[in-house]
Design a protein around this ligand. Structure first.
Ligand code: PDD
Length: 287
């Protein structure tokens, strides 16, 4: 059986799934998205992603297309039809289809909803986590509302490509004061010289990562110290450990920044432990 996508009320073979050329997501990036990690066919860390999705829609005054209960059913049905146990579930909601005009369509149109599922090789991602990844830095050049999870990702695309071209897994944006904001598709963390965890605070212009939020709870439950405070690339290099978080990466050790080894240049015990604890928690909060 091949991949199945959900498009505006229909389940269709992935290769035949299409949206209208005047979908505002396609023409104007007037759309939001969410990504859930799938564990054993269930949506991991589910609640936080639903809550952020609703917030993103609210911030852009895009109508909520269906109740949370209905949306959960459709998301789960999309996963079921793909017969995927470990993977990623992508949801995109655009303002809808209308004749091209920058301002909102008046009268409003129905939001357009698309879902896709892709599989993840968990053994391969565990092997990657055991090895660690490298990151490069790039100047922050995004708009001022990175708290909204929109599909307007061109700076992130270019940053990720810069990383890829350098043989790195992720790019960290660095603001004009020299502090890391976040990654192109992840949040950034270090374990400093005193063993204290550090990640950028959410008053900064970053995405409020669901993995980040849940991991903060895990960290506090473990009695570990954490500071929501900025760090520079030089502080990351001088740190004991560094790692990134996100639905795609979970908790992934970073072993070098711009070619300079972090700590001993290999994954450390804190990131490894937090990865295990986060996965347990994400599974416990799966639907
Ligand atoms: N990216 N920061 C950015 C810019 C992101 O795009 C993401 C997630 C995160 C981590 O958020 P969360 O923990 O809620 O996944 C932080 C997703 C996975 C993506 O674009 O595919």
């Amino acid at each position: 059986m091949g991949r199945i996508a959900y498009v505006n009320g229909r389940y269709v073979p992935h290769g035949e799934a299409v949206v209208h050329i005047e979908d505002r997501g396609y023409q104007l990036a007037d759309a939001i998205y969410e990504v859930w990690a799938l564990f054993d066919g269930k949506l991991g860390d589910a609640e936080g992603h639903f809550a952020r999705m609703e917030r993103s829609l609210g911030e852009l005054s895009i109508e909520v297309p269906m109740s949370r209960a209905a949306l959960t059913l459709v998301l789960r049905e999309t996963v079921r039809r793909n017969r995927i146990r470990d993977g990623l579930l992508y949801l995109q909601i655009s303002r809808g289809v209308a004749r091209r005009d920058h301002a909102f369509p008046n009268p409003p149109v129905r939001p357009a909803v698309v879902m896709t599922v892709s599989s993840v090789d968990r053994a391969a991602s565990e092997a990657r986590a055991a090895k660690g990844v490298t990151v490069v830095t790039t100047p922050e050049n995004r708009w001022g509302r990175c708290d909204i999870k929109t599909v307007g990702l061109l700076p992130n695309v270019l940053a990720k490509q810069k990383a890829r071209a350098a043989g790195a897994a992720e790019a960290w944006f660095v603001d004009e004061l020299g502090f890391v904001t976040e990654g192109a598709s992840s949040n950034a963390w270090i374990v400093d010289g005193e063993g204290r965890l550090r990640t950028r605070d959410t008053n900064a212009n970053i995405l409020r990562g669901v993995t980040r939020h849940t991991l903060l709870e895990v960290i506090r439950n473990e009695g570990l110290e954490v500071d929501e405070r900025p760090f520079t690339p030089a502080e990351a290099v001088a740190a004991r450990e560094a790692f990134i978080t996100g639905a795609g990466t979970l908790v992934l050790p970073v072993i070098a920044v711009d070619g300079k080894p972090v700590g001993e240049g290999k994954p450390g015990p804190v990131a490894a432990r937090l990865r295990r604890l986060y996965i347990e928690q994400a599974k416990a909060a799966a639907v």
